[in-house]
Design a protein around this ligand. Structure first.
Ligand SMILES: Cc1ncc(COP(=O)(O)O)c(C=O)c1O
Length: 379
């Protein structure tokens, strides 16, 4: 038997409480049975997002939320800034271009966060920028962009929206939607909120809703104004993902019991232990600054193929992680500590890395990283 451990940056493990809640018989999405379920999810998401604004619930993966964040608020030819520091930054550019927006890209070296002053300069220099798009946690590189500072910069421009892809950062990082002034923030179910894939969440500020009134881009499935009107009635525009929303209420309940502050602290503690353990093994972290609390990207040592580390972890030890993407494929492997994650997930991952590397001929002192993680994670 090979016991499976899911330590990928999405999908992430789903707690048994959540799985069991989703085993309930299907209820009809337009029936009175469902209205309180959606109302509870709506309120819970506002709590998680730290917002009084609407948080829309869409039947799609996170990328659907990203598409809606573009085609509900802009017009063809609108000039926007995209921070591109990895695969998901690149995705913002591709989506914006698919809808005819003119993208001024800020290209950031992979492994580094964007310098907020570069965004400030660009906004000053380029006239008439309608939106600034960024990731909170750039999952491909394991870097966290400084959302608080970026929000404070964009806030000075009354015609510019600040749009954050928080698909992997939600739950792992403290993101204060209203306090900081994030206009649109996208989340996804299969990450920090501990659910199966299939729903996206999008918060929308008053400033963004005002912009939506002037947007003429075509949309049908992701029509946010219709979603907003339905949400007010505790409904969704089309058939609701009833089962996932029932599961969402259960996972939100677990997060609420823990408390937001403790949830963020847990992620910070796990991420810190993972990073220190990895360094103790003698490995290098891929992010040179501002590492994400959701996922750790680790540089494969010289002569070792990062994809082989990922493959061996899964095939020999049952630990599913993630390899590198695009230009860093083979050069890194990535381990998540996101959502339903605790100290023994980190210890398991570190032990697995040590065993795999030793098996591949890399000089590892077994237990070197594990001991560091244990020290940091003891209560
Ligand atoms: C930061 C980020 N953005 C976007 C996505 C895409 O989300 P999905 O695969 O749910 O469409 C992911 C998924 O890994 C992600 O981590």
């Amino acid at each position: 038997m090979l016991k499976r451990y899911l330590l990928a940056p999405g999908p992430t493990p789903v707690p048994s409480e959540v799985l069991l809640s989703m085993a309930a018989p299907i209820i009809h999405h337009r029936s009175p049975d469902f209205l309180p379920v959606l109302e509870s999810a709506k309120k819970g998401l506002q709590w998680l997002y730290q917002t009084k604004n609407d948080v829309l619930i869409l039947s799609s993966t996170g990328t659907g939320g990203m598409v809606g964040a573009v085609n509900n608020f802009f017009n063809q030819g609108d000039r926007v800034i995209v921070v591109n520091g990895g695969k998901f930054g690149e995705r913002w550019t591709k989506i914006c271009q698919a809808y005819g927006l003119e993208v001024e890209e800020i290209s950031v070296e992979w492994g580094y966060p964007v310098k907020p002053e570069v965004v400030a300069e660009k906004l000053k220099k380029e006239k008439d920028i309608k939106g600034v798009f960024v990731q909170a946690s750039e999952t491909s590189t394991g870097v966290y962009h400084d959302i608080k500072t970026l929000a404070s910069i964009v806030k000075n421009y009354k015609d510019t929206l600040f749009i954050v892809d928080a698909i992997s950062a939600l739950v792992a990082h403290d993101l204060r939607t209203d306090e900081w002034g994030i206009d649109i923030m996208v989340g996804g179910s299969q990450k920090g909120v501990m659910l199966p894939p299939g729903i996206a969440f999008v918060s929308v500020s008053e400033k963004a809703w005002a912009k939506a009134e002037t947007s003429k881009l075509p949309n049908f499935y992701f029509n946010f104004k219709k979603e907003r009107d339905n949400l007010a009635k505790n409904q969704t525009n089309f058939t609701s993902p009833v089962t996932l929303i029932i599961g969402l209420n259960e996972s939100l309940k677990m997060l609420q019991t823990e408390g937001l502050e403790k949830v963020f602290k847990r992620h910070e503690t796990l991420a810190n232990a993972m990073r220190k353990a990895v360094l103790a093994i003698g490995l290098e972290l891929f992010p040179k600054e501002s590492p994400s609390n959701a996922v750790t990207a680790i540089v494969a040592p010289a002569g070792i193929d990062g994809q082989a580390v990922y493959k061996n972890l899964r095939e020999k030890y049952g630990i599913t992680t993630a390899g590198g993407q695009d230009r860093i494929k083979g050069k890194v492997f990535r381990i998540a500590h996101l959502g339903y994650s605790d100290r023994f997930d980190v210890i398991t991952a570190v032990a697995g890395i040590e065993m795999v590397l030793k098996g591949m001929g890399y000089p590892v002192k077994l237990g070197a990283g594990v001991a560091v993680a244990q020290e940091l994670l003891m209560v």
